[in-house]
Design a protein around this ligand. Structure first.
Ligand SMILES: [Zn+2]
Ligand SMILES: [Zn+2]
Length: 301
């Protein structure tokens, strides 16, 4: 085990039964914390999406072109949108791109329909500041289900603190537009897909694609704080999880990311495939990405 970029700590294996690292609280204690109030609209929407995705099992809804549309939209909305736009660009400011390109990536992420952009950015910044403690909205020490999906379905107490974490984007008109209209934008995409390819394009390009993208991103919060290996002894439970990295174009190298939060590069070993990093390199070669932070500059800052 090696890496020219990794810290000098040894790799640790984590499992569901492990106790929390760094915050001194065991997983078994999570039930002592108060459970916030459920958000009925989020629960309803999530259940509806899962049921709608089952329409993929109806033979008349299948076509290879519909699957192709779903895969292409997954790459655009999760790879370029969530991983590059929402996460590395908007949340961590790991690179700079022209404003028009930043807005394009934010629009791509908005079409992943993972909630409104300011909430996504704010909650993720909270997660880094309070990783795996009570101030973390998806504190993994409360269990897999909480960190994966349940936290979204509850009015977490730190919601009121969101504006403090999003001051840099709060007044940006394009972020505000995407924040306010992410559901109508998804409906517009659905209508366009229906006009283009009928129900198969809607079932695969919207329902199945949103289902896969939603859980792929949720696994970063759950699986990547429970399973996999640790290359860095960061003060949290973060792990590197190869299959999450494949689903999310590099986000699964989450322990690397927690160790070097401002770096635009998440994969550090040669086999830690980080496709978004290669997109960043391409943008850099084209002169479209500047001030790209890497492990070296991140650890020096
Ligand atoms: Zn994390
Ligand atoms: Zn992050």
């Amino acid at each position: 085990m090696q890496s020219g970029l990794q810290d000098d700590q040894s790799t640790l294996e984590l499992g569901l039964g492990d106790r929390a690292i760094g915050n001194g609280r065991a997983m078994a204690d999570y039930h002592l914390l108060p459970v916030p109030k459920p958000r009925a609209e989020v629960i309803t929407g999530t259940v509806a999406l899962h049921l709608a995705a089952l329409l993929a099992f109806v033979p008349s809804n299948f076509s290879w072109s519909a699957v192709g549309v779903a895969v292409a939209l997954h790459c655009i909305t999760i790879g370029l949108g969530i991983s590059l736009g929402f996460h590395r660009l908007a949340t961590h400011r790991s690179l700079r791109v022209p404003k028009w390109l930043e807005y394009f990536f934010i629009l791509c992420g908005t079409l992943a329909a993972q909630g409104a952009v300011k909430g996504w950015v704010g909650y993720h910044r909270m997660h880094h500041l309070h990783s795996d403690t009570d101030g973390d909205p998806h504190d993994s020490t409360r269990g897999f289900f909480w960190s994966h999906i349940s936290w979204l379905m509850h009015g977490v107490p730190m919601r009121s603190k969101l504006p403090r974490f999003t001051q840099d984007i709060d007044r940006d008109p394009f972020y505000t537009f995407c924040h306010n209209y992410y559901i109508p934008l998804q409906l517009a995409l659905a209508i366009a897909l229906y006009a283009w390819g009928g129900m198969p394009f809607v079932v695969w390009g919207i329902f199945v694609r949103l289902f896969v993208g939603f859980h792929a991103t949720c696994f970063v919060n759950s699986a990547c704080h429970l399973w996999g290996y640790r290359s860095h002894n960061s003060p949290d439970r973060s792990t590197n999880c190869w299959w999450v990295a494949l689903l999310t174009f590099g986000e699964g190298w989450h322990n690397n990311h927690h160790a070097h939060q401002s770096s635009a590069r998440f994969g550090s070993r040669w086999w830690e495939l980080d496709l978004v990093w290669h997109v960043v390199q391409l943008l850099q070669a084209l002169g479209l990405a500047t001030q790209v932070k890497t492990v070296r500059t991140a650890s020096e800052s």
